[in-house]
Design a protein around this ligand. Structure first.
Ligand code: HEC
Length: 304
């Protein structure tokens, strides 16, 4: 029984020692425990980071945390209607994985300066683009150094496979007041290039295929969701549709080779799902892995 006070003393003492060492002015990003929203961090009192809120319950939870404005840097169209139901306003500032253009930076900083805070900044998973946007905003207006910003991206799990995102943060220069003023409107939904929209759609099918894989390719009894075959079909069709577009046809030979490979691998997966049962877990796993590799191979060269 006497052990407890000793442990308590040690915990307090080690805490004091640590706080004495670094004398932090702010505690830095704190992970917030949530039920509906994911990957949520409180960065500063005015700034939060996290994943795409998936439905009403997640929006409600963010509102209950005190969030006033949502900033999406994702390519997908934000669910503005659901956000409004919970008294939240959206700003859509879509960015890619290769960095943050100056005009987008100006918009992000303007949002932090002019819109009701706290702001909740999200991409899709809350791991890469969202944390990079948050890093830039915190450097511009919350007094962060580039080192703090990079530490935060590591904490959020931003992959080093996105050198453009780390680069923009390491070389960050705060935009002058003028570009911030000239950033224009902060729209709730921004125009997004057709290819980005197509990729968002492809990614949605891909995400659901990964859920099938996670369930060892077994359907949920009584589930009305698309079958595995339908999901694989939609993915292949979306890729094919994108490949047929004139804008895609005008891209480089190397790009088109990457595209064709991905399409072929999606077709191989589709054919496997069309076979009479029983499905081979091992074969499906292999086909999905190869398809995923074809996505990554193109992204590495042509996106990131
Ligand atoms: C032939 C090349 C190519 C292939 C194959 C490809 N992508 Fe993409 N993808 C891109 C490019 C280029 C972008 C960036 C588009 C832009 O920002 O203009 C992109 C963007 C994305 C995005 C980001 C969308 C956003 O919110 O901005 C996601 C997610 C994505 N791809 C998922 C996938 C998945 C999943 C696959 C495979 C099933 C795949 N992609 C296959 C080229 C490819």
């Amino acid at each position: 029984m006497r052990v407890l006070p000793v442990i308590a003393f040690l915990i307090v003492a080690s805490g004091l020692a640590r706080s004495g060492e670094s004398a932090p002015t702010s505690p830095g990003p704190i992970p917030i425990e949530t039920r509906q929203a994911h990957a949520v961090f409180r960065i500063t009192p005015r700034l939060y980071s996290g994943a795409l809120p998936g439905g009403d319950a997640a929006f409600a939870e963010l509102a209950s945390l005190g969030i006033r404005t949502l900033v999406s840097v994702d390519g997908a169209r934000p669910d503005v209607v659901a956000a409004h139901r919970h008294g939240l306003r959206y700003v859509h500032v879509p960015i890619g994985y290769d960095g943050i253009p100056a005009q987008r930076t100006a918009q992000l900083v303007k949002a932090l300066l002019e819109l009701p805070t706290p702001l909740y900044v999200h991409c899709h998973h809350g791991q890469h683009r969202g944390p990079a946007a948050v890093a830039v905003m915190a450097m511009a207006r919350e007094g962060w150094s580039p080192d703090q910003a990079v530490d935060w991206m590591r904490q959020a799990g931003t992959s080093t496979n996105y050198p453009g995102l780390y680069g923009v943060v390491r070389q960050f220069r705060c935009p002058d007041p003028q570009p911030i003023e000239a950033a224009g409107e902060l729209p709730e939904t921004a125009a997004v290039p057709a290819r980005v929209t197509a990729m968002v759609d492809i990614d949605a099918h891909w995400g659901r295929l990964k859920v099938w894989q996670w369930r060892s390719w077994k359907p949920v009894p009584g589930d009305a969701a698309p079958t595995l075959h339908q999901e694989a079909l939609h993915l292949w069709e979306s890729l094919r549709e994108l490949g047929r577009q004139e804008a895609t046809q005008r891209l480089s030979e190397g790009y088109l080779r990457c595209h064709t490979l991905s399409e072929e691998r999606a077709k191989a997966l589709l054919d496997e799902t069309a076979k009479p049962e029983p499905l081979s877990v091992q074969r499906l796993d292999g086909l999905v892995r190869r398809l995923g590799e074809s996505c990554t191979a193109c992204h590495r060269v042509h996106r990131d």
